[in-house]
Design a protein around this ligand. Structure first.
Ligand code: DQA
Length: 144
């Protein structure tokens, strides 16, 4: 199974960025541990961008290339991007799982709204780096 782990703005700074909220583990370390864990079961692709259009381009590319599931941490675009919502709908039925390291519902009110959740298969948040693993498990369970 081919899965894309797609990360949006500022997630390249994981480990240094607000460690009290997001932890001290860097993005590459999180991705490497996923690659190791799923080495024999998954073809794991990864991409991070701080640019909304680049995330949309990558999602469309994944769809064209037959990716079977996407784990998407859209960062702050989660709360603002109708363009990402439309992109997720445009690649249906390729399932996209919205993930967050933090529990966005326990934070500022502007983080309580997701523009993308309704277009996603499901939402996982609040489990730190483990949110990514849980999202992959959900995609695997839905695929089997
Ligand atoms: C985040 C939560 C968002 O509200 C925030 O803008 C991020 C990270 C998370 O993983 O907890 O950049 O998506």
């Amino acid at each position: 199974m081919k899965i894309l782990v797609l990360n949006g703005p500022n997630l390249n700074l994981l480990g240094q960025r607000e460690p009290g909220i997001y932890g001290r583990t860097g993005l590459e370390e999180i991705l490497e541990s996923l690659r190791r864990r799923y080495a024999d079961r998954l073809e794991l692709q990864t991409f991070q961008s701080n640019h909304e259009g680049a995330l949309i381009d990558r999602l469309q590319q994944a769809h064209r290339e037959g990716v079977e599931g996407v784990v998407l941490n859209a960062g702050a675009y989660t709360h603002t991007s109708i363009a990402l919502h439309d992109a997720i709908r445009s690649v249906a039925p390729m399932p996209v799982v919205e993930v967050h390291l933090s529990n966005v519902h326990a934070r500022e009110p502007f983080r309580h709204t997701s523009m993308i959740a309704a277009a996603c298969r499901g939402v996982i948040g609040g489990f730190g780096a483990d949110s990514y693993r849980l999202a992959i498990e959900a995609l695997l369970a839905a695929h089997d």
